[in-house]
Design a protein around this ligand. Structure first.
Ligand SMILES: [Zn+2]
Length: 212
């Protein structure tokens, strides 16, 4: 569902451009709103959320899908944790829908989806592993890397229930905005994928903004 934001850019208390292939890992406090802005269009922002006070509580795709009765995420979606608590709510969305079925790219999946020779290419899972290694204060390890959301990514479900990776439906300047219902760690990998039509084979930067 398309829903525009009422927030004014100049009032943001934080903003940072995240280049393709880089990660973003910061705490968004309860009551704050975070926007992920697709600067050049059809980029995929592979994102995980954790309870900042207990990272063993984290975003759960299955609980979110079951409770809303829909596989696509958009304005109005409440992102639930593995303990069935609301972590964040999508309060604005100019893209229209976001994927939480396709999973993130990894060097292993690159070999299965594309070619054995793609194993050495940088993938989102590498960025997440680097993020948790460089941010020891959160006390997270490999086991905390779980199922994610692919903001701006287009993974339509076919009539037979299959997943297809399709050309993106986002565009330059489109964004998704989430209000935090608890203190959350946002762990975002701005996807470096070069083999996927979702980003037109051309990964580009995203910007993260936060409002109080
Ligand atoms: Zn990726």
């Amino acid at each position: 569902m398309i829903k525009e934001s009422q927030l004014v850019d100049d009032n943001a208390v934080f903003r940072k451009v995240v280049p393709a292939g880089d990660y973003f890992m910061e705490v968004v406090k309860k009551g704050q709103t975070v926007r992920i802005l697709d600067l050049e269009g059809n980029q995929a922002a592979d994102t995980l959320f954790y309870n900042a006070n207990d990272p063993s509580e984290r975003y759960s795709a299955v609980d979110t899908i079951r409770e809303q009765g829909n596989v696509y995420l958009s304005a109005g979606t409440k992102l639930l944790s593995n303990e069935n608590n609301v972590m964040l709510e999508i309060v604005a969305d100019t893209c229209g829908r976001h994927d939480t079925l396709g999973g993130a790219c990894a060097t292993e999946s690159n070999t299965v989806r594309y070619a054995l020779g793609k194993k050495c290419m940088h993938a989102c899972r590498d960025s997440w592993m680097l993020a948790i290694a460089e941010n020891e204060q959160y006390g997270m390890g490999k086991r905390d890397i779980t199922h994610n959301i692919n903001f701006f990514m287009n993974v339509p479900v076919t009539q037979k229930g299959g997943l297809s990776f399709a050309d993106g439906i986002s565009a330059p300047g489109k964004y998704v905005e989430l209000k935090a219902h608890m203190d959350v760690i946002v762990l975002l990998s701005n996807c470096p994928q070069l083999n996927n039509p979702c980003n037109a084979y051309h990964p580009t930067p995203v910007e993260v903004l936060i409002w109080n």
